[in-house]
Write a protein that binds this ligand. Structure first.
Ligand SMILES: O=C(O)c1cc(=O)[nH]c(=O)n1[C@@H]1O[C@H](COP(=O)(O)O)[C@@H](O)[C@H]1O
Length: 271
């Protein structure tokens, strides 16, 4: 999917919501555990109930890898289900990969070609030759970790390197990479006060913003400081939406929480 197509969807749906499909078998409704593929059935119900309210889905790969081959099969079924039934939805493989060049190429093939995700999250720590193999794929997006939502972000990301915080070095250096137009960045919703500075370096790039809901980030603050001319934000909520209820009404409850966020977004967009 192109960035232009993503922007069209945001305007059409009045939403820049990304729903995180972080499926934990200990948290999903117990009646699903009797089914052959509880992870996929849970995702399918959530997708059926929420696809009109969001523009992106983000399965975090750890939640699938944790269940071995069955988890990977559920991931494959989930992405195929989205691509077949809702091809207008932007998909993010939250895999946080990145390695020496030839290994990165294989990661890129796994997520862009085999699974057909639109994008993948990547750690920038190994630098240019670990990121560029992902950028080489046309109409696919590489979402680089810039300033993450967790407390550990302060261990390295905000430390000064040659007179500048490391996350700013990541933003600036990555702009020089070949095919850098395929870059997006992760900035945590819990770091709203940093968005003004970030927008000075990357005024138009899309930002994936996790951390609203369960981690306490504030949607209004993120939008106030982080929104660009073309919106430029994908706000993710995982647990705050998909675990709204662990009863038989779980999909409706998820849709209600997704709608609350979507309506807040609609108000902001129409201001
Ligand atoms: O790359 C991410 O999506 C990510 C980056 C970050 O800085 N913080 C962060 O929470 N995430 C992911 O975003 C999701 C947040 O989930 P909730 O806190 O349940 O909404 C999880 O899948 C995290 O792994």
């Amino acid at each position: 999917m192109t960035t232009k197509e993503l922007i069209i969807q945001i305007k059409k749906k009045n939403s820049f919501l990304c729903i995180g499909l972080d499926v934990d078998l200990n948290k999903i409704p117990q009646h699903l555990l009797k089914l052959e593929d509880p992870i996929f059935e849970f995702n399918k119900a959530i997708i059926d109930a929420t696809h009109h309210l969001c523009v992106a889905y983000k399965p975090n790969i750890a939640f699938y890898e944790a269940y071995g081959i069955k988890g990977w099969q559920a991931l494959e079924k989930t992405i195929k289900y989205i691509n077949k039934n809702h091809p207008e939805i932007f998909t993010i493989a939250d895999a946080k990969r990145g390695d020496i060049g030839n290994t990165s190429t294989m990661y890129a093939k796994a997520f862009f070609e085999d699974l057909e995700f639109d994008s993948i999250t990547i750690a920038p720590y190994m630098g240019k030759d670990s990121v560029e193999p992902f950028l080489a794929f046309k109409n696919k997006h590489t979402i680089l970790l810039a300033l993450t939502s967790n407390q550990g972000a302060f261990d390295f990301q905000t430390k000064q390197v040659e007179g500048k915080e490391l996350y700013k070095q990541v933003l600036e250096t990555s702009k020089t990479y070949t095919n850098s137009e395929n870059l997006m960045y992760v900035v945590g919703a819990t770091k709203a006060e940093y968005f003004t500075e970030i927008r000075k370096i990357i005024p138009n790039s899309f930002l994936l913003v996790p951390g609203v809901g369960a981690q306490g980030g504030n949607l209004q603050d993120v939008c106030k400081y982080g929104m660009s001319e073309n919106v430029g934000l994908l706000i993710n909520s995982s647990r705050g939406i998909i675990y709204a209820s662990n009863n038989t009404d779980f999909a409706e409850a998820a849709a209600k929480n997704a709608k609350d966020l979507q309506q807040e977004m609609e108000t902001i967009l129409n201001k």
